[in-house]
Write a protein of this length. Structure first.
Length: 169
């Protein structure tokens, strides 16, 4: 962090990073210039990260108004039937963009399962286990955290399962 004052470094710490520090979970972070939402593919390209190791965080709601969080590769789509099955629900739908901050405490593009306002059930696509490290949002736009999938599991009590639409379906 050459060239940053101590105060500037402290400003860079997000709730997610403080939780990982408190849990003594090793991670690295990368920041990029961005004032507003950009998709995960663009963020990965800006940081030079392979798309398959970068995971996006999506939030869903059941008809009973229970919230569930899903992390999956940025180039994949969430299969809502698989997600509902994993969550033990009859059905799920994506929450509206305007509700993200109220539900999670994070804004769109900076949402991570680590350190949400409440401990919602978290599910991560099982493909994460293929990699030594994965990247997830760091809790604010312009910040990515890289950590081991099992450490992510530990940080937010994630469950690994199939979540994406297979290309053959």
């Amino acid at each position: 962090m050459k060239g940053l004052t101590m105060a500037k470094q402290k400003d860079l710490k997000t709730n997610a990073m403080r939780i990982l520090d408190r849990m003594k979970i090793p991670y690295t972070f990368q920041a990029y210039e961005c004032d507003e939402f950009i998709d995960g593919q663009h963020a990965a390209d800006l940081l030079g990260l392979p798309h398959e190791i970068v995971f996006k965080t999506l939030v869903t709601v059941s008809p009973e108004r229970a919230y569930y969080v899903f992390a999956l590769p940025i180039d994949e789509e969430l299969d809502l039937k698989k997600a509902a099955k994993a969550a033990g629900c009859k059905s799920l739908s994506m929450i509206h963009v305007k509700d993200i901050q109220g539900v999670t405490g994070y804004i769109r593009g900076g949402c991570t399962a680590i350190g949400m306002k409440k401990n919602y059930p978290v599910f991560m696509d099982e493909s994460a286990l293929r990699y030594e490290k994965i990247a997830v949002s760091g809790g604010k736009i312009g910040l990515q955290l890289t950590l081991a999938p099992r450490d992510y599991e530990k940080a937010c009590q994630a469950v690994f399962c199939p979540l994406t639409r297979s290309h053959s379906e």
